[in-house]
Design a protein around this ligand. Structure first.
Ligand code: TPP
Ligand code: MG
Length: 345
């Protein structure tokens, strides 16, 4: 697996990209980075029961999400797609409420946002994306589904079946794997037989693309090409964005028990936000002053979201029992009565 063993080449280039696109990528990535820091603090303060960090994966998520048309396309996320949500234009106070466990799957409007509910079932969003995409074609519309999943999820039956089905039916899906090299405590070499996720695409009858997941511009270009292909009716693409999870799996995890800190240190030297910043300056797409202004605006936005989610009112606890089934059951009614009695004690 030579391509998975290293952190790739040192710097990136955005010379070939439109300057305002690079600035947009930077603004989103910077905001997501600051919001991630705030979210970890909220977990430490007991506001969030738990949080899954996106740090180090901002280029993979923002580069891909910005290649979609937010009015036409639909994103099917896992539990780690905060930076993608931010770039896709989801209401971030309502999105972050998912981590406060305030309401079923968060407070944002999934249908209006065209961004699915936070999904903790590993591989779970992938068949949903294919189902939506097939439906889109049956309606005669030209939207594209983008399914996020991890290297660990790539071993799930759901994911294999989804890719095969999409290949057979030519469904307009971008299968976007963020290979952050770890599935909780399980490394790639215990997970990915054959050493490459993108190479599997051949068996599903679709193109497979391996991209540097810490290069926002490269991710954006690869995703834009896959989206255009799907929209033209030429079927799905599998993209493997090679990146790294620099934080613990979640705030409940201790990676010191299963991985070498030197590996993390190496990847921190290829921080995607720093790489993009340096590439923008080198290309002359913005100067230090403009980037400092973008940094300040991102921090302000992250704090606005933090304050909003911390202050969001708790919904009526009885709503725990709504939306479970279309028609409620006797058992659910019994549980609701028990809950009510305990609340009234
Ligand atoms: C179906 C299912 N199996 C197992 C789990 C427990 N679990 C939660 S996250 C995780 C690892 C997933 O790794 P990966 O797909 O690489 O995503 P990452 O967390 O690295 O983003 C596992 C096994 C789960 N949530 N769902
Ligand atoms: Mg992973």
């Amino acid at each position: 697996m030579p391509q998975h063993a290293s952190a790739g080449r040192g710097s990136i280039s955005v010379d070939h990209l439109p300057p305002d696109l690079t600035r947009e990528l930077y603004r989103h990535m910077r905001t997501a980075r600051d919001l991630d820091t705030e979210a970890i603090a909220l977990q430490r303060q007991g506001v969030f029961p738990a949080y899954v960090s996106v740090r180090g994966q901002e280029a993979a998520q923002v580069g891909s999400a910005t290649a979609l048309d937010p009015d036409r396309d639909f994103v099917f996320p896992t539990y780690r797609e905060m930076a993608a949500a931010q770039a896709h234009g989801v209401d971030m106070v309502d999105y972050m409420a998912s981590h406060r466990a305030l309401w079923h799957g968060g407070l944002y409007d999934v249908a209006a946002s065209r961004f699915g509910a936070v999904n903790a079932v590993v591989g779970g969003p992938v068949p949903h994306a294919v189902g939506w995409a097939v439906g889109e074609r049956l309606r005669g519309d030209d939207g594209v589904a983008l399914a996020y999943f991890g290297d660990g999820a790539s071993s799930e039956g759901d994911v294999h079946e989804s890719m095969n089905f999409a290949g057979v039916y030519g469904a307009p899906v971008v299968f976007f794997c963020q290979n952050n090299q770890w599935a909780l405590s399980v490394p790639n070499d215990r997970q990915v037989a054959g050493g490459s996720i993108s190479a599997r695409a051949q068996g599903y009858g679709m193109p497979g693309v391996l991209v540097d997941g810490n290069d926002a511009g490269a991710v954006h270009a690869a995703t834009a090409e896959a989206v255009a292909r799907a929209r033209r009716g030429e079927g799905p693409t599998l993209i493997e964005a090679l990146t790294y999870r620099v934080e613990p799996h979640s705030t409940s995890d201790d990676p010191g028990r299963y991985r070498d800190g030197a590996e993390t240190e190496r990847w921190l030297r290829r921080d995607p936000v720093t790489l993009l910043r340096e590439a923008i300056l080198a290309a002359g797409h913005a100067d230090e002053n403009a980037l400092a202004e973008a940094d300040a605006a991102a921090l302000q936005e992250a704090r606005r979201i933090r304050d909003g989610v911390a202050a969001a009112p708790e919904p009526d606890g009885a709503e725990l029992f709504t939306h479970v089934f279309r028609e409620s059951t006797d058992e659910l009614a019994r549980q609701r009565r028990t809950w009510q009695e305990e609340v009234e004690l």
